[in-house]
Design a protein. Structure first.
Length: 340
């Protein structure tokens, strides 16, 4: 059969702990977005064929075409996992890579699900994600793929995840410990500056190892209090201002761990954009997603246009080009549709 898999990106607010002094390491906190998104279509084939095919008549953009290689890699691994000879995949939409929106995990899982469903399987993406090398630190990407919303994961036992990750097959994706729908009237301001991509691969591993080796355990204590006393109550009760303020503080405290690795609490130019947006009453909880350079904030439908204008002004004031979106949260997981 031919199937379509559609899933949005995610914001990574931060980790609950990066210190080896505590029992659990990492523990991601994040938010599912409805856009930008990954959309792929797949059907059985006797070999692996991946094609860039955008919706409508517009030709594929250069970035969109380059992402075919990433999808092809995950298609090959997925076919091996399912024991099938091939699959034909059309790449309809893609997430910008390595900017803080979870492109790697969402692309990997979308491809995995598409290949499996094309052959009539119902793959357990959580169980199979480690085979694609996804979910090794944060479980937020897998959690948002499964069910969307606001997600908190349990992290890993510190004794297993020291400064070096365990071998393949010796770890699983962290369990989701808390998950909440987000009010449909909320909007997330997403600013994507034209800047160097965030860290990934071996470079990210080296940076994370350095952070973990020197992380102040008292920061994790502050984050635990913030999560349980402010952030989780605010999201459960749908209090936007309280949620935004708590999210912003959570990100700022995380940034203290990364300051030596990224040149400050926020990496350039995210820090300058955050400073420019700080005075806008239309947006709360401004922060940096993952390694950036994506910057986010919390607003609602009534203030979304004003927040969008403020973000464009911030880009102009800092002399940085880029894209601004005010997007809805996604309270469901990936949509998988059978096509004729």
């Amino acid at each position: 059969m031919r199937v379509r898999v559609d899933v949005g990106g995610r914001l990574h607010v931060g980790f609950q702990n990066l210190s080896l002094a505590h029992e659990r390491l990492y523990g991601g906190v994040g938010i599912a977005l409805d856009s930008p998104r990954v959309v792929v279509e797949a059907e059985p084939a006797d070999r692996i064929v991946v094609t860039a095919k955008r919706a409508g008549t517009a030709p594929p953009a250069d970035r969109h075409t380059r992402d075919v290689g990433l999808v092809e890699t995950y298609a090959e691994r997925s076919c091996a996992l399912f024991g099938v000879d091939g699959v034909a995949v059309d790449v309809i939409e893609t997430l910008p890579r390595h900017i803080g929106l979870g492109s790697g995990t969402q692309t990997a899982l979308a491809t995995l699900a598409a290949v499996g469903r094309a052959y009539g399987r119902s793959p357990d993406v959580r169980a199979l994600a480690p085979s694609l090398n996804r979910g090794g630190r944060s479980g937020v990407g897998v959690g948002t793929f499964e069910s969307g919303g606001f997600v908190v994961d349990a992290g890993h036992p510190t004794e297993r995840f020291t400064t070096a990750p365990p071998d393949p097959g010796e770890w699983s994706v962290p369990a989701v410990t808390a998950r909440h729908d987000l009010p449909p009237a909320w909007r997330f301001l997403v600013v994507l500056p034209d800047a160097e991509a965030g860290r990934s691969g071996e470079g990210e591993d080296e940076s994370m190892r350095s952070v973990v080796e020197t992380a102040d355990p008292s920061v994790a204590d502050s984050l635990a209090a913030l999560l349980t006393r402010r952030l989780l109550p605010a999201v459960a009760e749908g209090r936007l201002e309280a949620f935004g303020d708590a999210v912003g503080e959570f990100g700022r405290l995380n940034g203290a761990w990364y300051a030596d690795e990224q040149g400050g609490v926020y990496r350039p130019p995210a820090g300058r954009l955050i400073d420019e947006l700080a005075d806008s009453h239309a947006v709360r909880g401004i922060g940096q997603s993952s390694w950036g350079p994506a910057v986010y904030g919390v607003t609602d439908a009534s203030l979304a246009e004003e927040a969008h204008t403020a973000a464009e002004a911030a880009l102009t004031a800092t002399g940085v080009g880029g894209e601004v979106r005010a997007v809805t949260p996604r309270n469901g997981g990936a949509r998988i549709t059978r096509l004729r």
